[in-house]
Design a protein around this ligand. Structure first.
Ligand code: F6R
Length: 608
């Protein structure tokens, strides 16, 4: 979950690396550094803190050179400080390495390398890579790297330069993304496309265990056996503006505003001329479909809350027993998964280590694996049997918004598709839902355009110690996402609890003025939910209800009511979540928090 960029060519590399790293800063931002080759030496500059610290330094102290690597870090091994920042070098300082991922056997390697006379300066796992390459170096950098990676266990994307091979930039990956950018008289490496998109739209995706050897005018890619591989060039079609703020103060706000479009883009291409859902990407034969006796959904964090809504939709429309598991826990209970299981992995990035590991476990047990992801070419998309892409566009803010909404939409569509094929939902009922899905972008816009009510509420309620979210049925699923959104960007403690569970313990925490968000959008559950609201109000809670437009009854019981446009009960999470995203955003702003880069978090979690 760090960022890598590298360049070989004729331009001054230092500003180019910093510029590329800016596009990756969301991936990690506790320190940043660069290594630049020039006239027989490698200069390293690296600093704790945001990239701007490095940038400011380089403003005053220029570093010349046209070959270099850069890194922005999110610490795993060793505290964030100048020394632990990447790049790392061997003792002579003539080999420099940047690395994303974790070298799991680094302690063993470190002990062995120390016994071989290598002196370690940092607490990182990455430093072993530089020493390993040095250990194997016998006048051939490529061979030395090849030998080094054979010793390494874990996940890595690495970029290497050496004083002894100033005409080469070398990259290798395993279980951590890396792309090679193709230029004219210059070439690039990067952990994500936005870092190099300003310079080229033509990239190669490196596969696991592949090594790329870049010179100014050439790129060669080899597999783990050292055989040359011919790869297809991937043309990037989206624009850099799509990955930049576009006039908004924060990516998160931009991405909240992009939700109506994300819903449209994900929905429309999958509706045929008869207004039916057609999921060409899911190729399940009639026999396979009939065989499915269970759906297991696995994901982490926000994506898992989309999975909760998905579980509800699958059981409702397709009448197949469904379960949701947290990816990091899935493997530890020897799960009941077999060739009759439809396994759905949800992941915005498509790179989340735990989700990937769960997917592999399910696959090894014979399950049919479907991925819902936002990133084309991501690891999860490549390992799944079928992929449903959420066309949300690049999501940069750490707090997921538009990806989450499209993940829920994906789950509704999959559930409806299965339901129609199995005959568990009638054409008429399905049509009614599709018609309503089509109206959601417009209704989402309405909420976003009228956000002053929620902003005013946030301006009054930003100083709470603790905020609770509650609901019943599908409201409970989405309340969990509202609560997560608030805590991750505003650092206020928050908990989501099923309304009926409150009185079994958590109600003890309610005192005079405690803020409780009560979602009350389900007609059938209205009376029961109203009783729950009264229970917390009786203990002093300040209750903000989220209800469907037209439901005035609730105004008698709640302290404040936030309305969402009327829609089918089953689809309300697609709208209620937007109110909760906006509340979290405005609270975080009122508290002066760095909304797009919350502390301790990173966008893509590629370690278990
Ligand atoms: C929170 C958030 C995270 C992610 C989680 C899984 O806003 O974004 O909880 O949902 O880390 O990430 P992906 O979806 O990339 O697998």
């Amino acid at each position: 979950m760090c960022g890598i960029v590298g360049y070989i060519g004729k331009k001054q590399v230092a500003p180019l690396l910093v510029d590329g790293l800016k596009k990756l800063e969301y991936r990690g931002y506790d320190s940043a550094g660069i290594a630049v080759y020039n006239e027989g030496a490698i200069a390293i500059r690296k600093f704790k803190g945001r990239l701007s610290v490095l940038e400011d330094y380089l403003e005053n102290e220029k570093i010349n050179g046209s070959l270099g690597i850069g890194h922005t870090r999110w610490a795993t091994h060793g505290e964030p400080n100048d020394i632990n920042a990447h790049p790392h070098t061997n003792n002579a300082g003539d080999i420099a390495v940047v690395h994303n991922g974790i070298i799991e056997n680094y302690m063993k390697l470190k002990e062995w390398l120390i016994s071989q006379g290598k002196i370690f300066k940092t607490d990182t796992d990455t430093e072993v890579i530089a020493h390993l390459i040095d250990y194997y170096y016998k006048n051939d950098l490529v061979e030395a790297i090849r030998s080094a990676v054979q010793k390494m266990e874990g996940a890595y994307a690495i970029g290497v330069i050496s004083k002894n091979s100033p005409d080469k930039l070398i990259a290798v990956r395993k279980d951590s993304p890396l792309v090679v950018g193709i230029g004219e008289g210059e070439n690039y490496i990067a952990s994500d496309i936005p870092a190099i998109l300003k310079h080229t739209r033509r990239v190669y995706f490196l596969e696991d265990d592949e090594m790329a050897i870049l010179s100014e005018n050439n790129i060669e890619i080899f597999n783990e056996l050292g055989q040359k591989v011919e790869k297809e060039v991937f043309e990037v079609t989206w624009d850099i503006e799509a990955a930049e703020k576009g006039g908004y103060q924060h990516f998160m706000m931009k991405e909240i505003h992009e939700q109506p479009k994300a819903i449209r883009d994900t929905l429309s291409p999958r509706l045929n001329e008869n207004n039916e859902i057609e999921l060409n990407e899911i190729k399940l034969s009639k026999e396979e479909l009939e065989k499915i006796n269970k759906v297991t959904i696995v994901a982490c964090g926000t994506a898992s809350y989309a999975g909760l809504v998905g579980r509800y939709a699958i059981e409702k429309f397709a009448r197949i027993p469904a379960e949701l598991d947290i990816a990091s826990e899935f493997r530890y209970r020897d799960p009941f998964v077999d060739d009759k299981t439809l396994f759905i992995a949800i992941s915005q990035s498509g790179e989340t280590a735990d989700t990937l590991a769960a997917l592999r476990e399910a696959k090894s047990k014979g399950a049919m694996v479907l991925a819902i992801t936002n990133v084309v070419g991501s690891r999860i998309s490549r390992e799944a049997d079928n992929v449903f892409y959420t066309w949300a566009g690049p999501e940069i803010a750490v707090a997921s918004t538009k990806a989450y909404i499209t993940q829920m939409l994906a789950m509704y569509m999959i559930a409806l598709d299965l339901g129609r094929k199995k005959g568990t939902i009638s054409k008429e009922d399905c049509n009614e839902i599709i018609e309503e899905l089509k109206l959601l972008p417009q209704k989402a816009e309405e909420i976003i355009e009228n956000d002053q009510i929620i902003q005013e509420l946030a301006d009054k309620q930003f100083n709470n110690q603790s905020v609770f979210y509650t609901g019943r049925g599908i409201d409970d699923c989405v309340a969990k996402e509202g609560s997560l959104k608030l805590k991750e960007i505003s650092y206020i403690h928050s908990e989501a609890i099923a309304a009926g569970e409150f009185k079994h313990g958590t109600i003890a925490l309610i005192e005079e003025g405690t803020l409780v968000f009560a979602l009350i959008t389900q007609d059938q559950l209205f009376d029961k939910m109203l009783s729950n609201i009264k229970e917390v109000k009786a203990r002093g809670a300040y209750v903000v209800a989220i209800a469907k437009a037209g439901n005035r009854e609730i105004e008698k019981s709640a302290d404040k009511v936030i309305y969402i446009p009327d829609t089918l009960d089953v689809l309300t999470p697609m709208l209620s979540v937007i109110q909760m995203q906006l509340f979290a955003y405005y609270v975080a702003i009122a508290r002066g928090c760095d909304v797009d880069k919350p502390k301790n978090l990173a966008k893509s979690v590629t370690v278990e």
